[in-house]
Design a binder for this molecule. Sequence first.
Ligand code: ADP
Length: 482
Amino acid sequence: MYIVFAASECAPWAKTGGLADVVSALPRTLVKLGHRVSVFIPYYRQVAKAVPDPPVALQSVTIPFPSYNRFVRILDGGVAGGVQTYFVDCPELFDRESLYATPSGDYPDNAERFGLLSRAVIEASKVLGVPDVFHVHDWQTAMLAVLLRSVYYFDPVFRHVPAVLTIHNAGYQGWFPPKTIETLLLPWDMFTLDKLEHYDTLDFLKGGIVYSDAITTVSRTYAEEIQTAEFGNGLEDIIRRRSGDLFGILNGVDYEEWNPLVDSHIAAHYSADNLAGKKECRRDLLHAFGFEDVGESTAIIGVVSRFATQKGFDFIVDIMDKLVEEDMVLVILGNGEEYYERLLVEMASRYPAKVRVQVKFDNVIAHKIEAGADIFLMPSRYEPGGLNQIYSLKYGTVPVVRATGGLEDTIDEQPFGGGNGFKFWGYSPSALMDALHRALGTFQNKDEWTRMMRRGMTQDFSWDKPAHEYVRVYERVVENRS
Ligand code: ADP
């Protein structure tokens, strides 16, 4: 089968979160299963820095707008792990400091930027190869499915080509003013509540849900959750209507990238059979955060996260006065919303002996935290899949999580430390503090703790199983449309 991925992120070139890891790893696994895959992403400034002057695959693709055309180039990003990458080059839209937003807010022309991306992938595919399936990701490329079933309806080339949409996070939907319908050259009769309209805005993700042949999301629990008002962010009705075509497929992990036995970013290698190197990683992490004299009985709690309300930082802030009384230090790496950046920096300055924060996006430090910390903290309000807790398991860094979405599906707390981590169900700081107490208490029992680390480290969350599940979804939509 030939599958074309259209996405706004792909590691290592352009990443703000888990989406980039998935778009990088899933195609490579599909290739191992015998399929052909191409991935299209924008040629952002940061991609251009990493891959300057790639060969040109297509010199000029015309993307029409109401009173002008834009002309994009398709650049050949080469083949890695059997996967062909293409970059969509449109400097006036993608040669910018960030992917989606500046600290003061989203780029105002995001609808045009990602509408163009979707159209460019369709147009380029006509020349570079028509796929058996398009696989689109989140609101940024959901419009591809909409275009395919509307303004491309009569194109004989795409008539039988289905689209699969993966929802990595229903909290971000791509809401734009109604006039965007005209900007994207879509007919106004699609601006209705059963299609693209959401409370008088044009909703890209909703369009994707309505027009894709199948919808997947990144864990089974989240597939259930988004059909409820609490997690559906207003899309629950439309998602429920598509429940027969909705599949929860848990994200896998790329163990070539996230594995303490081979990780090139960490101070020493280790595995479940030989944990010695983790001590060195611990020292290295403490050094990276400027800590001195932290003994082995003091637990290192690590956080790597986007700073967003979703991630539960308000819970962490709420319990801080109590947490600093425990035998622990807290290291936080993250960036994102300015509000949380300031709040966390302020907290670190209040408790400099206990709490350190690095405000940036830094892949190397992220790996050092996974390897060097004892406990990984993810108190998310909601978490569609969550990759960091699965990485943590592999690194013997025991997760403490809120039981939601993919966190619920991957972390198992059993009495007397019998599971692979700790979790809390309530929606309160005290529930988080209780879970941390259980974790910190167990940490003092070295035998029990080591058994727990090993249980997580030997679990298999590789992409093999989820990739097979995706193939079954592709086969189903191809058959339904033929
Ligand atoms: P989400 O996609 O909601 O951000 P996930 O847990 O699924 O959450 O994936 C987050 C990914 O982004 C992980 O690979 C994590 O290591 C990475 N990440 C998040 N914040 C940072 C940061 N500040 N620096 C480096 N990597 C980060």
